[in-house]
Design a protein around this ligand. Structure first.
Ligand SMILES: NC(=O)c1ccc[n+]([C@@H]2O[C@H](COP(=O)([O-])OP(=O)(O)OC[C@H]3O[C@@H](n4cnc5c(N)ncnc54)[C@H](OP(=O)(O)O)[C@@H]3O)[C@@H](O)[C@H]2O)c1
Length: 299
């Protein structure tokens, strides 16, 4: 039986992968990894049918144990990961195991952006664009059978962790630098990952799939969708202060990233990859919001 090791099952893009793997109904053994003891406990509680292991991408011995006997790996890393170390460790563990037939890696690499376009201070802190370029370089050089899921959209769940409280309390979406980008439901990404992982000999080995939502929206248009679905007026404000107040010292990296991304926003393409792979269009922000409206309503 095929064993799939999945990272990130406590996080945004990875959390729905196990559910979609079950829905696909493939004959798979599922091994879920977390780098924290709370994550291990959470995964054990939510996925009693899966094997749960402690594995840290920055700790080679825990990785070797997690990858032993595994045939397929789904790997998603948190923002600001040192990917040369993390992917170097993963490649070494996969080589040691000798059983890995396919590695599926989530990326975020905007087309036409070169490493030199990223200021040295953002590179040094492994800012997402730089970290994913680093990850790809290590995996490309490894010779392992890899498929990249390049998520070229904002995750719709960003509105929960980034602006949820602000929408509830002040009816505003305050993010500096108005821009028009595509939004993707992380469940669509998880479903694409599950479909590929469940396929015996996936056609996508060696490919980089650019996954996007169906439409680009400016923050002002996003605010209109929120107003219509939530039933109260939500305004967009081009203002960094609410994020600064909410995230304190951690706001700096977020604001630096938003400032860096702003002139590149028009590089986000719209692709039909999600529709081709799932046989249906990607879910819209409106559909996602209807399902998640309670996160934005007071009380
Ligand atoms: N947010 C967006 O709009 C967006 C859009 C496109 C691409 N991306 C990219 O997507 C990735 C983030 O995905 P996400 O939103 O799912 O992030 P997330 O919610 O922060 O999840 C990251 C996952 O990584 C795991 N993790 C953290 N440290 C680890 C370690 N040392 N070893 C192994 N696993 C570790 C975490 O699980 P444990 O703590 O349980 O280990 C967690 O489940 C980033 O690389 C980001 O650049 C984001």
């Amino acid at each position: 039986m095929t064993t799939v090791l999945s990272f990130g099952a406590t996080g945004n893009f990875g959390r729905d992968v196990p559910r979609h793997l079950r829905a696909v109904g493939a004959d798979l053994r599922l091994r879920l990894a977390s780098s924290s003891s709370e994550g291990v406990a959470q995964l054990r509680a939510h996925h009693p049918d899966a094997e749960v292991v402690h594995a840290d991408l920055l700790d080679p011995s825990s990785l070797r144990r997690a990858v032993a006997g595994v045939h397929k790996v789904f790997v998603v890393t948190p923002d600001f990961m040192d990917e040369e170390t993390a992917m170097g460790n993963l490649v070494a563990a996969a080589r040691d195991a000798g059983t890995v037939r396919h590695l599926l890696r989530l990326l975020f690499v905007l087309p036409g952006v070169a490493y030199a376009d990223i200021p040295p201070d953002l590179r040094a802190m492994h800012m997402p664009q730089a970290q994913h370029m680093d990850a790809r370089a290590v995996l490309d050089a490894s010779g392992l059978p890899v498929t990249y899921l390049n998520v070229l959209s904002w995750s719709m769940r960003n509105f929960i962790w980034m602006t949820g409280a602000m929408i509830r309390d002040t009816h505003r979406i305050a993010i500096p630098g108005e821009r028009s980008v595509p939004y993707i439901d992380p469940q669509d990404v998880a479903e694409v990952a599950a479909r590929i992982l469940a396929t015996d000999a996936p056609a996508q080995v060696g490919e980089c799939l650019d996954l996007t939502g169906a439409e680009r929206l400016s923050f002002s248009e996003v605010a209109r969708v929120f107003s219509e679905v939530l039933g109260f007026a939500v305004e967009y404000a081009d203002d960094p202060e609410p994020l600064r107040r909410r995230f304190g010292p951690r706001a700096r990296v977020l604001l630096d990233f938003l400032r860096w991304e702003h002139p590149y926003a028009d590089r986000f393409p719209l692709t039909d990859a999600v529709e081709r792979l799932l046989g249906r269009p990607p879910r819209t922000l409106r559909q996602w919001l209807v399902d998640n409206a309670d996160a934005f309503r007071a009380g």
